[in-house]
Design a protein around this ligand. Structure first.
Ligand code: PAF
Length: 281
């Protein structure tokens, strides 16, 4: 596995792999890898011939009061984990390589970035789509892999790819959970032991809601209120949002039918966690 920091070297190595007839798989990350990321790399390894992992803590997707400075960074550990999962190349540029002096072009997806996480994080998805568009142009992957944990991010990127006629497939991979149900996230390391135990309430509330839907409940507000009431019983949790939306448009629904996404965010101390459940009715 090679580790490179420049766009020029990355392009050269990928060009050589393509010339050997290999298809290119791509897993964009901000590092601090966990089993969720590794599942994406392993999946890419089974479906493509040359797997590129980017590790770049992207400044443009963090708000000014968010955790850009403190976001966990450990390149040696991430490189070893990526290699063990099957990565062929790590691209880990610095901010100057990605956003050189004079940079002024952004990619923005409109409507579906306004709700859910976008409502409390203005500019976040503009930063995500800009960096992901740049990374797609650098890596030119046949397939790019994203986790369903960030369901809105995956939907936004699918929209961008469709709207801008980008020539690649987006592959969504399932949420990977801890044994007690907590969705894996790089931000879980911020949680104190008490917050970590409390955070399990998020997945528990979603699993209980899923059971209610399986038993025939179709009123979205009943599901929303139920989830909120479960989370509110946990004193360390502060709800950001609980929404029931169409899984593709991310528009709120009143009645549960078709492909539905139940998405939520809650803070434990200073740590914002998200989780979701996608259900077909
Ligand atoms: O999901 C992430 O880690 C980031 O948002 C991504 C897609 C790597 C863009 O910086």
């Amino acid at each position: 596995m090679q580790i490179v920091t420049t766009i020029r070297e990355t392009r050269q190595i990928i060009h050589n792999a393509s010339r050997e007839g290999k298809t290119i798989g791509f897993v964009p990350t901000m590092g601090s890898l966990h089993e969720g990321h590794l599942s994406l790399i392993r999946r890419a390894k089974t479906e493509t011939g040359f797997v590129v992992v980017s590790i770049f803590v992207n400044p443009t997707q963090f708000g000014k009061d968010e955790d850009f400075e403190t976001y966990p960074r450990n390149l040696d550990r991430d490189a070893a984990l990526s290699e063990s999962a099957g990565a062929d190349l790590i691209f880990c540029p610095d901010a100057g390589e990605m956003y050189p002096k004079g940079f002024q072009t952004y990619v923005e997806v409109a409507e579906i970035t306004t709700g859910l996480c976008g409502a409390a994080r203005p500019g976040h998805f503009k930063g995500v789509t800009t960096v992901v568009a740049k990374l797609f142009n650098i890596v030119k992957p046949h397939k790019a892999y994203f986790g369903q944990k960030d369901a809105q991010q995956a939907a936004v990127i699918e929209h961008m790819v469709r709207d801008l006629d980008m020539d690649l497939d987006i592959v969504r991979c399932p949420i990977v959970r801890e044994p007690d149900g907590l969705a894996m996230s790089s931000r879980n390391v911020y949680l104190s032991a008490r917050e970590r135990n409390a955070a399990v309430v998020l997945s528990q509330s979603l699993f209980q809601a899923e059971e209610m839907i399986r038993q025939g409940i179709r009123d979205a507000s009943e599901i929303r209120q139920y989830i909120a009431s479960v989370i509110q019983k946990e004193p360390l949790a502060q709800i950001g949002y609980v929404e029931v939306v169409n899984a593709v448009s991310l528009k709120k629904v009143d009645f549960i039918a078709g492909q539905i996404l139940i998405a939520l965010a809650a803070k434990f101390g200073n740590t914002n966690l998200i989780d979701n459940l996608c259900i077909e009715v």
